[in-house]
Design a protein around this ligand. Structure first.
Ligand code: KIV
Length: 257
């Protein structure tokens, strides 16, 4: 399926089938997650923390994203590959189109950017250039410094109203889905009901969105230094990696030459 068909199928899934999405940052994980049947592989700028060791996503550059998007795309996944647009790469519509085109050239099927109505014109410019876009509202990690941390969103009627306005603006700008992050469950449900495109939640509750996205290291328990409260690990790889490395170390140093 080509990128456009994958994006159309994603949009059309609303009301029929929930969407499973995971972050992927490299070739082997993309191959394994695709084999598992995951619908969408997000090359998220969360790689800034869980792969590159930065304190937050504000250090991620377009070059980082192109490098990792290309690695994921080399797996030739059946899943839709979504390339995250890092901070300061979509400050103007022209810059956004150039950044999005670079991600598509690296192998993404679609791009994602953070923000609401204030970015509607930029999103419209990208979709008009023929590139599928997924929006991202609620907690916006690229704003974590101004916001002083990761806080829940949509907690008041006014906050919900703004999120509804944002979701509608993104839909009118042509997004094929909307990622919603850390929005309280009642507000996430209201937004999901209000838009014709699928919502993909993280930290919004399990039954509030048309799909879910998780950061792969949270699912695998392979990044123990920061685990978000909403993470639901299905494995604990960190102790297994340490144990395997210890066993190897012991074997190497005790082997007689
Ligand atoms: O970069 C990322 O992993 C994301 C998810 C938190 C949705 O944007």
């Amino acid at each position: 399926m080509n990128s456009f068909a994958k994006a159309q199928a994603l949009r059309a899934s609303k009301g029929h089938r929930r969407i499973s999405a995971l972050t992927a940052y490299d070739y082997p994980s993309a191959r394994l997650l695709d084999e598992a049947g995951i619908d969408l592989l997000l090359v998220g700028d969360s790689l800034g923390m869980v792969v590159l060791g930065f304190p937050d996503t504000t250090h991620v550059t377009l070059e980082h994203m192109l490098h990792h998007t290309a690695a994921v795309a080399r797996a030739q996944p059946r899943a839709l590959v979504l390339g995250d647009m890092p901070i300061h790469t979509y400050n103007t519509p022209a810059q956004a189109i150039a950044s999005a085109q670079a991600l598509i050239k690296a192998g993404a099927d679609a791009v994602k950017l953070e923000g609401g109505s204030e970015h509607a014109a930029t999103i419209r410019a990208i979709t008009t250039a023929g590139i599928p876009v997924i929006g991202h509202i609620g907690m916006l990690p690229q704003h974590v410094i101004e916001e002083g941390g990761y806080h829940k969103k949509g907690k008041t009627p006014a906050a919900l109203q703004q999120l509804l306005i944002d979701a509608e603006a993104l839909t009118e700008a042509g997004v094929c889905a909307i990622v919603m992050e850390s929005i309280i469950p009642s507000s996430a449900t209201a937004i999901t009901k209000s838009v014709p495109v699928p919502t993909i939640g993280i930290g919004c509750g399990e039954t509030t969105c048309d799909g879910e996205v998780a950061v792969i290291t949270d699912l695998l328990g392979s990044y123990p230094w920061f685990v978000p409260p909403f993470a639901k690990p299905e494995a604990q790889l960190a102790p297994q990696i340490i144990a395997a490395a210890r066993a190897y170390h012991h074997r190497v140093i005790t082997t007689k030459m």
